[in-house]
Write a protein that binds this ligand. Structure first.
Ligand code: XUL
Ligand code: MN
Length: 345
């Protein structure tokens, strides 16, 4: 049976246009403004970094963090918006310059774990059991700078501490092969799921897949999604697009490769993504050139494209596709997909 999807984005997806070479191009907006935009677009949920939920988190006591998280929860409830996940932002602090869980400095590794435990506390107050771990600086610029086997041990230690802190939370690792690091230690979904097996509770360690991150690893996002779903481990999703091997572009979903976007949606449909309450999140950014009056278009467009592709998947002639597969006529299968996407002449 076809089902409906629930959509989500984070406050960082209404970014102000800064890049490494230039300042913002749109005025800074408050969190309240971003929440109001999410509501106006009819999205059901918001994702959070720990300091999106509790700003200046490192300056606050555990009690104050819980109090502010409680205030946010009441605001979200008042707006009818769900918190989809909380992710520790472990890449800003002076304590995470050389990585967080895999830093060479034991004090810094301790900081990263403690901060992650606060993230879990926030998530519980916000009513979500999902912790997302984008392992931003867990890798190297210089290969000899760290011991890669030790790095695995450090990662498992950190995951185990989080799992022990709260027996109800689930950890979703968001793999990315590079940027900001030259090479990351958990570049693909296979690495994430392999890491899960070393933890004290593998069934509570899963994954979040981002389309652009798969492309940066030279992999097919639809295949990565299918791989995670085959293990029952796809607990969240960041749909977007990426034009080849360059900086992480976070382009609107389908913007570069509509056929790959179709394939991603087809995999989601065929494997029942969303049936356990998983959200479709768009980790997309406005182009730097976007004027303030067009600030929401990348999110609205990503959802429009996604929903159009759901229709395309549901109206695809699967029976004909099966015949062509049985006849090993992949040339005709290729054209069947192309003409279906093109629509009537
Ligand atoms: C970075 C990225 C992050 C995570 C959340 O490339 O995708 O925004 O999704 O920390
Ligand atoms: Mn992401």
């Amino acid at each position: 049976m076809p089902h409906d999807y629930q959509f989500c984005f984070g406050p960082w997806n209404l970014s102000e246009g800064q890049d490494p070479y230039g300042p913002t191009t749109r005025p800074t907006q408050t969190f309240d403004w971003k929440l109001a935009q999410l509501k106006s677009l009819g999205f059901a949920a918001m994702m959070f970094h720990d300091d999106d939920a509790v700003p200046d988190i490192d300056q606050k006591s555990a009690a104050q963090i819980l109090r502010e998280a409680g205030e946010l929860k009441r605001r979200l409830d008042g707006e009818g918006i769900v918190a989809e996940m909380v992710a520790p932002r472990l890449w800003f602090s002076p304590h995470t310059i050389d990585g967080a869980y895999t830093s060479n400095d034991p004090e810094h590794r301790r900081y990263a774990i403690e901060r992650s435990l606060r993230t879990i506390d926030i998530a519980r107050v916000l009513g979500t059991d999902l912790i997302v771990l984008w392992l931003a600086r867990e890798g190297t610029y210089v290969r000899e700078a760290k011991d890669p086997a030790r790095a695995v041990e450090h990662l498992v230690t950190a995951l185990d501490r989080m799992l022990a802190h709260d027996p109800t939370i689930r950890l979703a690792i968001e793999p990315k092969p590079n940027e900001p690091m030259d090479h990351a230690y958990v570049p693909t979904i296979g690495h994430a799921l392999a890491l899960a097996t070393l933890t004290r509770d593998p069934k509570r360690v899963g994954a979040l897949i981002e389309s652009a991150h798969c492309i940066l690893a030279g992999l097919d996002p639809g295949d990565e999604i299918a791989f995670a779903m085959a293990f029952g481990k796809l607990w969240s999703l960041h749909l977007n697009d990426q034009n080849g091997l360059k900086f992480d572009q976070d382009k609107p979903f389908g913007s570069t490769n509509l056929r790959s976007a179709f394939d991603q949606v087809r995999v989601l449909e065929r494997n029942g993504y969303g049936r356990q309450g998983e959200y479709v999140c768009f980790d997309v950014h406005p182009f730097r050139t976007t004027r303030p009056e067009h600030w929401l278009a990348h999110l609205d467009n990503s959802r429009r494209t996604f929903l159009r592709l759901v229709d395309k998947v549901r109206s695809f002639d699967e029976a004909r596709a099966r015949e062509l597969v049985a006849a090993r006529d992949y040339q005709a299968l290729d054209q069947l997909v192309i003409e279906h996407l093109l629509g009537p002449a």
